[in-house]
Design a protein around this ligand. Structure first.
Ligand code: ADP
Ligand code: MG
Length: 248
């Protein structure tokens, strides 16, 4: 079923400082939306608020899936509704293998009890789909992972959990060109096989050469100051954000 994640007039503050100002944005199933903007403009804040991070205070507005408000749900409830957030700086967790972590996450999320054997089959399928090296899943979570490996793990996590909407916060940062290709290829395949809608947060146009966005939103100073089709990112790459600030 096609679904819509809608952000409506969302204003958010932290320590009484307004960080997001009347944000309106929409992501549909199977769609890729890019959110671009300079450092400190509120991109990560938006992703965190959509996911339900309690650190931020919602002053106004709402977050909806198919017109049903999910604004005040907790992180785990939002995950059950099918929202997935990648982390800009994933933390290390000792003693848990990737494989175990993913099986537990899947069982918790879907209220299932998939056995180790059954899960190995699922995992193998996903690893083949994403063309990721098998050895990764036997490793401990994020321990000694290179930047590229962390990102590939995020993509694998997404392939296993099959979210309805995925918020990817600078998934392209720190990736070399080969890793970028594997990661973007994975995103495209998840989009095709699962009809996931993506909100891709990025500074760089490069990732959008591999994942063609349907829409681009530009955020500056907590406000969406422009939206458009994929041609917007090319213009941005050429002229920088200054061009937009002058226009507004
Ligand atoms: P971006 O991801 O676009 O670089 P952020 O969403 O991380 O921007 O930050 C937006 C603004 O909110 C910045 O001015 C930042 O300093 C402020 N901010 C974000 N999180 C916090 C926090 N926990 N405490 C205080 N200020 C914060
Ligand atoms: Mg950020």
């Amino acid at each position: 079923m096609n679904q819509t994640l809608k952000i409506k007039d969302l204003s958010v503050s932290i320590n009484n400082k307004l960080i997001l100002d009347k944000i309106n944005l929409e992501v549909k199933s199977g769609e890729v939306c890019a959110l671009m903007g300079p450092n400190g403009s509120g991109k990560s804040t938006l992703a965190n608020v959509i996911m339900g991070n309690p650190k931020y205070k919602i002053e106004n507005g709402s977050i909806l899936i198919n017109n049903e408000s999910i604004t005040n749900l907790k992180v785990n409830e939002k995950a059950k509704k099918g929202i997935f957030l990648s982390f800009q700086y994933p933390s290390e967790v000792s003693g848990v293998t990737i494989s175990n972590f993913l099986r537990t996450a899947l069982n918790t999320l879907k209220d299932t009890n998939i056995s180790v054997m059954e899960f190995q089959k699922i995992l193998k399928e996903k690893i083949e789909l994403l063309e990721i090296k098998d050895g990764l899943t036997k490793r401990y979570l994020n321990e000694g992972f290179s930047g590229g490996e962390k990102k590939k793990f995020e993509i694998l996590q997404m392939a296993v959990l099959q979210p309805k909407f995925a918020l990817l916060d600078e998934t392209d940062s720190g990736l070399d060109i080969d890793s970028l290709k594997i990661v973007t290829n994975g995103i495209n395949k998840i989009k095709e096989s699962n009809n996931t809608g993506f909100l891709i947060i990025t500074h760089h146009q490069k990732i959008l050469d591999y994942i063609k966005p349907d829409k681009i939103y530009i955020i500056v100073g907590g406000k969406i100051i422009k939206q458009g089709d994929s041609s917007l990112s090319t213009k941005l790459e050429e002229l920088g954000y200054k061009w937009l600030k002058e226009e507004n």
